[in-house]
Design a protein around this ligand. Structure first.
Ligand SMILES: [Zn+2]
Length: 53
């Protein structure tokens, strides 16, 4: 999961060792503290969709 702020450069990703719950809670804290809107994205699955044809 990847969560980023629409209004400043803030972001957090489960790639950085956070669990999805920690990332979500941290994003909510950023929203509560700053009032900034945050957007969350689900990272693509580890197996890339490869269509060669
Ligand atoms: Zn922000």
């Amino acid at each position: 999961m990847y969560i980023y702020c629409l209004e400043c450069g803030w972001k957090i990703s489960t790639d950085n060792g956070y669990t999805e719950q920690e990332a979500s809670e941290t994003a909510i804290e950023h929203f509560v503290e700053t009032g900034h809107a945050v957007e969350s994205l689900r990272l693509p699955p580890p197996v890339a969709l490869e269509s060669s044809g």
